[in-house]
Design a protein around this ligand. Structure first.
Ligand code: BTN
Length: 258
């Protein structure tokens, strides 16, 4: 895939194609950030040590999926507001996937995309902060497109598995880049509350009762039923617990159980 041509003004106008790399986030980060134009995309068809959130790995078959990273300069965002970028990027990926799979597509906090409760996309956003603001960001996105099976990972899926149809990775990539540009511009124009509202509309278990597991600092864990109320200004998930207390959880402190 070396002929991406998205209908955008800056996202994907410059594309670095690498046949194989450990991680597209790391490969893009190896370029001197001052020299990169905002919107530069690094794309590969074989990622051998893809990185995920919580220090996890991201596995994917060669040539079957989207594995790319995008260079952004959201210097208009204060570091303390960085979750707004997660919201915008999650929505852009949601827009892309739901245009292909309109039923059963959801955003799982903070930024997984699910189809029928299985993970079809992972997003790894790495912000480089100078002083109070974000200097630059590398947004890594893996979307499972034509992969037929996931070794031992029963919570993963692909567009092929869900829709029993193959897709052109290039076409979905172009659509993704177009949606990213549009949501990023909405963010830049301070469309925070509209973005947040849409994020909630598509948020898995939003205002529903679900099972969660909470992790204590000593390594122990407790299961509980709770209702997602929203996401606070720090990006923490706000849950009304069955004892009626409201608690805000950072990413590593809580897990959805399903
Ligand atoms: C997660 O859900 O844990 C995030 C997974 C992110 C995977 C993508 S694939 C492209 C980019 N390069 C990486 O090393 N990781 C991200």
């Amino acid at each position: 895939m070396n002929n991406i041509s998205a209908n955008t003004s800056f996202i994907g106008k410059s594309v670095i194609y690498v046949p194989s790399c450990h991680s597209t986030n790391d490969a893009l980060n190896n370029y001197a950030s001052e020299k990169l134009a905002e919107g530069t995309v690094l794309v590969t068809t074989e990622q051998t040590k893809g990185r995920g959130q919580r220090g996890n790995t991201w596995e994917c078959d060669q040539n079957a999926n989207i594995t790319l990273s995008i260079f952004l300069r959201p210097s208009f965002l204060e570091a303390r507001n960085q979750f707004h970028l997660n919201v915008a990027i999650s929505l852009a990926v949601y827009d892309t996937i739901s245009s292909i799979a309109p039923r059963g597509t959801k955003i799982k906090w903070p930024n997984d995309i699910l189809i029928n409760q299985k993970k079809v996309c992972g997003i790894l956003i790495e912000n480089f902060i100078i002083g109070k603001n974000i200097d630059h960001t590398i947004v890594g996105i893996g979307i499972n497109i034509n992969q037929k099976a996931f070794k031992g990972n029963f919570s993963a899926t692909s567009l092929f598995i869900e829709l029993k149809k193959k897709f052109q990775v290039r076409i979905v990539t172009e659509s993704l880049l177009e949606h990213i540009e549009s949501r990023y511009l909405q963010l830049k124009n301070k469309g925070y509350s509209a973005l947040r509202k849409e994020y909630y509309t598509h948020l898995f278990w939003y205002q529903e009762i679900g099972d969660f597991e909470e992790y204590e600092k000593d390594g122990s864990s407790v299961r509980f039923k709770g209702q997602i109320l929203g996401v606070d200004e720090n990006g923490c998930l706000s849950i009304a617990k069955d004892d009626k207390k409201i608690k805000n959880y950072a990413f590593k402190e809580v897990k959805h159980l399903y």
